[in-house]
Design a protein around this ligand. Structure first.
Ligand SMILES: NC(=O)c1ccc[n+]([C@@H]2O[C@H](COP(=O)([O-])OP(=O)(O)OC[C@H]3O[C@@H](n4cnc5c(N)ncnc54)[C@H](O)[C@@H]3O)[C@@H](O)[C@H]2O)c1
Length: 256
């Protein structure tokens, strides 16, 4: 790969305060982009205070006014956005029979509404320029039923189909929209799940027949960089003829 293939480009990343979003922001920067790294957690500003070509910006994707303002600020200060990476996401687990209204709305507010808010704000600016690439980080749970994860899986399936439909709308304008579907990836979100369920990564690697869950054929939990690699590929000109696609990065866990 050309190490500087994003030279001169501007990237806007959501959920960049930690985990996969932080890896995406860092890899885009290392490949030459100037990156606006946004997160609901205001610590994101401090985190990137000394970083070269990465600016941290506090932005909650559930609030469309905040998103519009952050996108405007990014374009005013850094320049026209070439790449949008929708990475912000949340996981609330539990059986449907006792799942609360607030957990359902929280899940969809970030995972689905958030992707709509940022994609609309950025796409409306990309259209007149006739170029751009949008990548949404969904989940392999969007394509396979999971116990205790109905809200999460449904919110990610919605984000996936939204992004693919957007890709059809924007193809005329030279803008590509694709989806990365990670499996279990070693981030604070994943570790919180291990703590919640007990047992660490072993049941995930080995599979859990009682919960109709196969293991991970490649026998490893992904690193955030494994997922970021896929995001960068789809965002890059190497994928110039790829749009409306889903790329599963899950070690084979969904047997697709
Ligand atoms: N880690 C996994 O195993 C895994 C698997 C499949 C999909 N994913 C998806 O990958 C993405 C990144 O996950 P991660 O594991 O790095 O999670 P994480 O919880 O470690 O990091 C998520 C980041 O998103 C931010 N965020 C949450 N709500 C936000 C909001 N309303 N506005 C802006 N930022 C917000 C958080 O502050 C945090 O910095 C998520 O969309 C997640 O659903 C993760």
């Amino acid at each position: 790969m050309d190490q500087q293939e994003f030279a001169g480009k501007v990237a806007f990343v959501t959920g960049a305060g930690q985990g996969i979003g932080a890896a995406v922001a860092r890899q885009l920067r290392d490949a030459g982009a100037t990156v606006v790294a946004t997160d609901r957690n205001p610590d994101v500003v401090e985190r990137y205070a000394d970083a070269e070509r990465i600016t941290g910006l506090s932005c909650d994707v559930t609030d469309s006014a905040q998103v519009d303002a952050a996108v405007a600020q990014a374009e005013d200060t850094v320049g026209p956005i070439d790449v949008l990476a929708n990475v912000a996401g949340v996981l609330a687990k539990g059986p449907v029979s006792s799942f609360s209204d607030s957990d359902w709305r929280f899940t969809f507010g970030v995972n689905t509404d958030g992707v709509f808010h940022t994609s609309r704000a950025v796409a409306s600016r990309m259209i007149p320029r006739g170029r751009g690439s949008i990548v949404t980080v969904s989940s392999n749970a969007s394509g396979v039923p999971r116990r205790n994860m109905a809200a999460y899986a449904a919110s990610k399936a919605a984000a996936t189909m939204f992004t693919k439909s957007l890709g059809l709308e924007l193809a005329d304008h030279g803008i590509r929209c694709n989806v990365v579907c990670p499996g279990s990836t070693d981030t604070p979100m994943q570790r919180a799940m291990w703590e919640h369920d007990g047992g660490g990564p072993e049941p995930i690697l080995n599979g859990d027949p009682a919960n109709y869950r196969v293991g991970i054929p490649l026998r490893r939990i992904a690193d955030p960089d494994d997922v970021a690699d896929a995001v960068l590929y789809l965002a890059s000109d190497r994928a110039r003829h790829v749009t409306m696609q889903e790329l599963y990065v899950d070690g084979g866990a969904t047997l697709r």
